[in-house]
Each structure stands twice: as C-alpha cells, then as structure tokens.
Design a protein around this ligand. Sequence first.
Ligand code: GAR
Length: 193
Amino acid sequence: MKKVAILISGGGSNMLRLVEDMTGDHPARPVLVASNDPEAGGLKKAADLGVATAAVDHRAFRGDRAGFEAALLKPLLAADPDIICLAGFMRILTPAFVSRFSGRMLNIHPSLLPKYPGLNTHARAIQAGDAEAGATVHEVIPELDAGPILGQARVPILPGDTPESLAARVLVEEHRLYPAVLRHFASDDCRDG
Ligand code: GAR
C-alpha cells in the first residue's frame, strides 16, 4: 500500500477528492495533509476525515525559502510518503526540495499545459480567445509547471465566461481527473519498493 502526502494552501477541494477516493481497493492511503497556511480550510476537512495534518506558516520564514522547506520536511519525512500530491499548493518549491522527491511528486495545474504555466490561467485563456481550457496533472520537476504530463481534462470556454465561471467549470473536471491519475500512478508496479 502506497502512502500519500498532500500539500495544500487553501480550501482543499482537490485534496478532499483524493482522500475520499483512497479507500477500498485503492492502492494508496493518505498519511498526511500539510499546508503553508495554518488557516487553510482544507486542514480541518482533512482532520475531520481522520487524516494527520501539519501546518508550517511560510510567513514565519520571510525570504528564507530553505528554512521554510526544512520545516516542511520534518512532518513530511516523519510521514514517509511514497507519493506527494500538490493540490492547490501555492508556494514555489526549490529544485533541492523537488529533487528529493523526484518522480514521485504530482501537481494539478488549472490550464492545458504547456499553455499558461504560473498564475491567472483562466483569465489568460479567455484573453487569448481560446476555445477551450482545462487542467493538467503532471510530475513535478524543478522548472515550474513543466514536468511530464500524466493526464488532462478539457472544458469549453463559453461566450461571456469570466475567470471565475471558467474556474468553476474546470474545477469540476479537476475533481475527476486528479483521483483518476493518482489511482493509476499509485498502482504502477514500477513504483513498488
Ligand atoms: C485548483 O484549481 C488547482 O488547480 C489550483 O488551485 C486550485 C485549488 O483549489 N492550483 C494552482 O493554481 C497551482 N498553481 P482547491 O484548494 O479547492 O483544491
């Protein structure tokens, strides 16, 4: 059985879907939900589901990214995850941190990568006049939002869409996509051991 840690920064709706899916014959179980924001709504939701939680407030490490990551590593290493899922985790991780979990850290990003890495993805897709938008689950590499793509979901961009209306349509698909990709990723025999 694979152990999964999930990193969040906010409400954690994707985290919830991942946790809810990891029951029964699922090849993985959640061992930790950690956040850079002690007020992240997802922390309570995870705790209510019986998942261990940790918070490392990045604001206590102003300008000291390495210090923040060292503090974040403590609960992570204690939980000893096989797989780390970034689910609305809004801090950029250093290459040193990412390399430590090479090939076993996933992220969900709200665009059809390689289009629109970074922030404000929905506004940029609307502004560009794109016909569709979506979400991507990919392996995390040191370069931002650039790792191997494991799955994508697409939605149409409709006349009159705002970044908010488009985000809501994409989020529905994120909630299907991420659990499906994690289930497949965790069951891959190559990753046993
Ligand atoms: C999701 O839309 C996710 O794709 C996005 O943040 C939202 C988190 O929602 N992630 C990023 O923008 C990462 N750069 P959630 O907290 O409800 O899962």
